[in-house]
Design a protein around this ligand. Sequence first.
Ligand SMILES: Nc1nc2c(ncn2[C@@H]2O[C@H](COP(=O)(O)OP(=O)(O)O)[C@@H](O)[C@H]2O)c(=O)[nH]1
Ligand SMILES: [Mg+2]
Length: 151
Amino acid sequence: MKKLILIGRVAAGKTTLTQALKGEQISYCKTQYIHYHDTIIDTPGEYTEVHALGAALALYAYEADIVGVVISADEPFCVFSPGIASLVNREVVGICTGIDKPTANVPQVTRWLKLLGCTKIFYISSYTGEGLDEIIAYLREPSDAPDARPV
Ligand SMILES: Nc1nc2c(ncn2[C@@H]2O[C@H](COP(=O)(O)OP(=O)(O)O)[C@@H](O)[C@H]2O)c(=O)[nH]1
Ligand SMILES: [Mg+2]
């Protein structure tokens, strides 16, 4: 499958999404360092929020085929600058997580992700499973089995 790196603020839902995509049981676990799986690279939110750590994301982006910018549907502001998708020669997709939350503001997050230059936007609830199949299908390569999923 194509390799996807997940970047986004602390508590954006990257690790929960990683667990959901891999079919694992959801259990909270603070991400302390970059977790390098076969299909998914899960990064700590601090790497997005702290300027000095951002260079690590740039380097790891080149280990991936697709960069997934993760923003939770109830985030109050966007930490990413407009147009950042053009800074990396990888496809950059938006992933709006937590669409099941009562305080979700999906239109707002959609506007932010479009402003960053995301080519495609996925709408996800890692809790209900909504939207997971679309991402998994997107990551499949032509040579993969039709039911292949991230490992
Ligand atoms: N309701 C809801 N909560 C979520 C969802 N995804 C993550 N969360 C919760 O948001 C919190 C932060 O998630 P986590 O995956 O650790 O964020 P990370 O810092 O980006 O890795 C946890 O308490 C999760 O249970 C979702 O799709 N729906
Ligand atoms: Mg995490």
